[in-house]
Design a protein around this ligand. Structure first.
Ligand code: PHE
Ligand code: ZN
Length: 881
């Protein structure tokens, strides 16, 4: 394992390599413990570079087994090999030369799951970001693009399947029970997109005819017996391929597209050229074992990885600072895809919920960084919600500012101009500037300045002049390394809604640029005047969440309630309901902190229940409305000195009030989804289930009895309903006999399905209260737990730390101490996983002082440990700073 070198990489230091890599020929002789890798690399010296410069190749825990230069041995004095690099001197000045590097690696010992490793009897690779250097010495950086040939030799019985990128060239026997296969990928690619998979798997096959009429073979490989559970992923893949042709004009470019599901994987999935590797969690689904959320995730992630074929693979990143160039853009594309496949408004609400609960806290804490960072110590730690989700929002804002047609023109220009290249964020933005003629230099600050802008707004109506003025001010909070900020270009969609419910059509607008329904806030403070406004308007601002900002708008509650009921933009209605809910929730939390109770504003409960009952609205939207802001949302709103127990108690009180007031509504809504016959994972059916289960949750509060949830558990014919009922039982009635019985029945029924057992872990790990820690500890002893499998660890330890505010933030600090022990243990095997879970501590400074001190001590305990990985050291030090 790499332990910390303290080295920091800076964007400003970028320079191209001295040598150009022309071709790569790899031969793998697979063996679980001793795989031989022979890499033949053809280079030439880049024109204009120093003719004496040595060739320096990256390695990570490598052993050089052999080295040839143009097929000849290399004298010891001419090269230096360490586990981290191979330096070769005195290379030809101008003519191409061939380096042959041999390494021996041990896939079975590779517990960090980077490079070539073993996963459930398979050989599998993960190379992004810097995993290829764990396979062979190589210029392992994304701006080195080459054409690869790959030969794989392996035991035939154990590995009937030998896969790599590109098109299949051929295969044959190889004596002694072995066989080999050769693959050729004609598209130049960086090493992080290399993949190899070997083993014995089942396959689901289909095909897709592209827009120019080419047939592409589609194959999804899963464990034998699980083929039926890959059907939904295959369907999502075909829909993704079609959508990318129709919406972005992008066609697939190989004869075959493969997806392999593996059980041990650090992330969600990986877009290796022509051979995507997936965490099996995001491939396998059937009604009995997958929830509606699982189906939606599978659809989104299959699409995401497929879309990378153009945004990431055909056009890749010059360096890892440009990560958002592929990730932010590709998330934007998968969001748009899901919006087109499902309900756009509901999808947008879910995105914003996720952004606010994950990215906003990141941007407000010690790990805040720009969408395009300018330095890093460990790139693995920058696969963040800021790079992904805020990166997507930044792309969305370009589309909002330019409008649909110019955005499309800019995208087309990007594909045309940079196909086959390793590009930068500047290249990307320039395409939109060139396509539209708009100056986007101020807009580019979104890539450079971290922190969520705060926009403070007030409005004033002048009846005598029939004019309305909106005063707006922006402020961007200080973030690590960025004390002061420049004002940004913030595109705010808006509507001025008149008394009769119609939208005002101002005679004139001054004080800001307005294009269509977009108001461009570009200065620190701006006063915008609208004339010809016949009555005091209700302002609906940041419609559709057009800009990822915090809005402080001292708006009359009655206005917000009107938006909640009558806005035509559904997102705005949901936002208004949230704005009505939050003051009630924060008031209740503060009261609880002082040992008091608060009661809710009836207008809030009325608006909420009216929405829940409104049959003209889609059920999925009504379910979103009923999902009142989370404990984390409340903590964020409170802003500091937070007591998670008080937040929980206050929120529980509010839920109880809603439940009791709306008991009749909830009785009629719960179970309503059942009327619709056989299970279908489509969005409308999922929405009905979500609404019915939300109602069931409220009924548990109102009736204060596990009976109804226990009945629902017994009656459930799909995993969505089953897990919803089990969650209510174990979170609301942890001591009830019904709960114990349901947990046992669930465990027994799904004992052989690890992905479902992960739900069983997660449901128990999120049961609130101080007993949670003991429960988690006990579950770690269970035969189902496996500390080596990232999904298991995330489901139990990760979920506990991220999603159990009261249990994890126990007042005695035991939750933090437990996490510290776990992190130190996980770090020894899998640094990426340890560092990722440790980010659960990122908001420790906003806790009340006693908890904050316990948290700090746990962090210091980690910081002081010896032999910490670079990954974990980077996170712990930044978190403590
Ligand atoms: N690039 C992957 C994606 O699609 C994520 C990933 C990063 C996977 C690093 C593995 C390792 O977002
Ligand atoms: Zn991605």
């Amino acid at each position: 394992m790499r332990t910390d070198t303290g080295q920091i990489v800076y964007l400003a230091d970028y320079r191209p390599t001295d040598f150009v890599l022309e071709r790569v020929d790899l031969t793998f002789e697979l063996d679980p413990q001793n795989t031989k890798v022979e890499a033949r690399l053809i280079f030439h010296r880049r024109e204009g570079t120093d003719t004496r410069a040595p060739l320096v190749l990256d390695g990570d825990e490598l052993n050089l087994g052999g080295l040839l230069l143009d097929q000849n041995g290399v004298p010891a004095a001419q090269f230096t090999a360490t586990p981290e690099s191979l330096t070769i001197r005195d290379l030809p000045e101008s003519k191409p030369f061939e380096i042959t590097v041999t390494t021996f690696i041990n896939p079975e010992a590779n517990t960090q799951l980077m490079g070539l490793y073993r996963a459930g009897g398979l050989y599998c690779t993960q190379c992004e970001a810097e995993g290829f250097r764990r396979i062979t010495y190589f210029p392992d950086r994304p701006d080195v693009l080459a054409v690869y040939t790959v030969n794989i030799i392996a035991d035939k019985a154990a590995n009937p399947l030998l896969l790599s990128n590109g098109n299949f060239l051929g295969g044959a026997g190889y004596g002694e029970g072995k066989h080999f296969a050769a693959w050729f990928d004609p598209h130049p690619k960086p090493s992080y997109l290399f993949a190899l998979v070997a083993g014995d798997l089942g396959v689901v096959e289909d095909s897709f005819t592209t827009m120019s009429g080419r047939d592409v073979a589609l194959k999804i490989y899963v464990e034998h017996g699980k083929e039926p559970r890959a059907a939904y992923a295959m369907d999502a893949l075909k829909r993704s391929m079609k959508w990318d042709e129709e919406v972005f004009g992008r066609e697939y470019d190989l004869d075959i597209f493969m997806v392999v599901a593996v059980s041990d994987f650090n992330m969600g999935a990986m877009e290796n050229k022509g051979l995507n590797v997936f965490n099996d969690k995001y491939v396998l689904a059937d009604p009995e074992t997958a929830t509606d959320a699982d189906y939606a995730n599978i659809e989104a992630i299959i699409a995401h990885e497929y879309f990378h074929n153009w945004t990431g693979n055909r056009i890749t990143c010059r360096d890892w600072f440009q990560l958002c160039l592929k990730e932010g853009l590709t998330v934007y594309r998968d969001h748009e895809f899901s919006a087109d496949q499902r309900s756009r408004a509901v999808k947008r609400i879910a995105e914003v919920r996720h952004l606010k609960s994950e990215q906003f806290p990141e941007d407000a804490g010690p790990l805040a960084h720009p969408v395009r960072p300018n330095k890093y110590r460990e790139i693995n730690n920058f696969y963040t919600t800021t790079v992904y989700e805020k990166g997507s929002e930044v792309t969305r804002m370009i589309a909002t500012i330019l409008g649909r047609d110019l955005f499309k023109k800019g995208m087309d220009l990007y594909f045309e101009r940079h196909d086959g290249e390793a590009a930068t964020v500047e290249d990307f933005v320039k395409c939109f500037a060139d396509a539209s003629g708009r100056d986007l230099s101020q807009f580019s600050l979104w890539y450079e300045q971290a922190g969520t802008p705060l926009v403070t707004v007030s409005g004033a109506y002048d009846a005598a002049k029939s004019s309305f003025t909106l005063s707006l001010e922006q402020a961007i909070p200080a973030t690590p390394g960025q004390a002061t900020k420049e004002p940004m270009h913030i595109p705010l969609r808006y509507a001025l809604i008149l008394e009769d419910g119609s939208e005002a059509k101002p005679v004139s607008i001054s004080g800001a640029e307005v294009t269509g329904d977009v108001l461009h806030l570009t200065e620190r403070a701006q006063t915008v005047t609208f004339t010809g406004i016949s009555s005091r308007p209700v302002v609906s601002l940041n419609r559709g969440f057009s800009a990822p900002v915090n809005l402080h708008f001292e708006q009359p509650m009655a206005d917000i309630a009107n938006i909640a009921r009558y806005e035509t933009d559904l997102f705005a209605r949901w936002q208004a309901l949230t704005d009505l809910a939050l003051p009630n929730l924060t008031r209740a939390a503060r009261a609880a902190q002082n040992g008091e109770t608060a009661t809710c504003d009836p207008a809030f409960i009325d608006a909420l229940l009216a929405t829940a009952r409104d049959e003209s609205l889609e059920p999925a939207f009504r379910a979103q409305a009923l999902a009142v802001p989370s404990e984390n949302d409340i903590a964020r709103e409170l802003g500091g000195n937070n007591d998670p127990d008080a937040i929980f108690a206050g929120r529980l009180g509010v839920l109880g009030e809603i439940a009791r007031t709306g008991i009749d509504t909830f009785r009629s809504l719960s179970g309503a989804a059942k009327a619709n016959g056989a299970f279908s994972p489509d969005a409308a059916s999922a929405g009905r289930r979500a609404l019915s289960n939300a109602a069931l949750g409220f009924l548990a509060h109102a009736e204060d009895s596990p009976a109804r949830a226990a009945e629902a558990f017994a009656a459930a014919d799909n995993m969505t309903d089953l897990s919803a009922a089990l969650t209510i039982l174990s979170h609301r009635f942890p001591e009830a006999a019904e709960t114990t019985a349901a947990l046992a029945a669930f465990e027994q029924r799904f004992a052989s399905n690890a992905l479902v057992i992960d739900k069983w872990f997660a449901i128990q790990a999120t049961a609130p209260g101080k007993d949670a820690l003991d429960r988690v500890r006990k579950l770690m002893e269970s035969a189902h737990f496996n500390a080596k499998n990232p999904n298991r660890v995330r489901a139990l330890v990760g979920t506990f730390a991220f999603a159990n505010a009261t249990g994890f933030n126990r007042a005695d600090g035991e939750g933090y101490a437990f996490l510290a022990d776990q992190i130190l243990d996980i770090d020894k095997r899998n640094p990426q996983l340890a560092a990722r879970i440790l980010t659960a501590m990122r908001s420790w400074r906003s806790l009340e002082p006693v908890r904050a001190e316990h948290a700090r001590r746990a962090l210091v305990q980690i910081e002081r440990a010896t032999g910490l990985s670079t990954d974990t050291r980077d996170i712990v030090e930044r978190t403590l700073k």
